[in-house]
Ligand binder design. Sequence first.
Ligand SMILES: [Fe+2]
Ligand SMILES: [Fe+2]
Length: 135
Amino acid sequence: MALINWEEKFQVNLNLIDNQHKKLVAILNRLHESMSKGKGGEVLESVIKDLITYTKTHFADEEKLMIENKYSQYDSHFIEHSNFITKVEQVYNDLSAGKIGLSMELMYFLKNWLLNHIMVVDKKFGDFMQTKSCA
Ligand SMILES: [Fe+2]
Ligand SMILES: [Fe+2]
């Protein structure tokens, strides 16, 4: 079973962003699947690397859109992004140093962070963009 099934309520109604969120969900599902199948550290490390790389791309695109549109809540949104990157990079480092293993607890942390961020903070930005396009 997939860790996350995409639902309508995750949409923020910006095409580029929604598609990138779907891709992030797909990477998290891949990570969960690899873990469930008992894949070794190297496989897990490479999926987490993909997660970090793609998350950075996505955050950069989202931040660019916020700057271009003079979004007033850019600063707090940016801080959430950079804290998450720091956390996932820490996980990657600990995992590759053999300090931790991948756990369901960690999977739930990633899942909850992503979905909560999408539905609260990104949705707020999506709503802001809707008001702009109607203005
Ligand atoms: Fe965001
Ligand atoms: Fe996002």
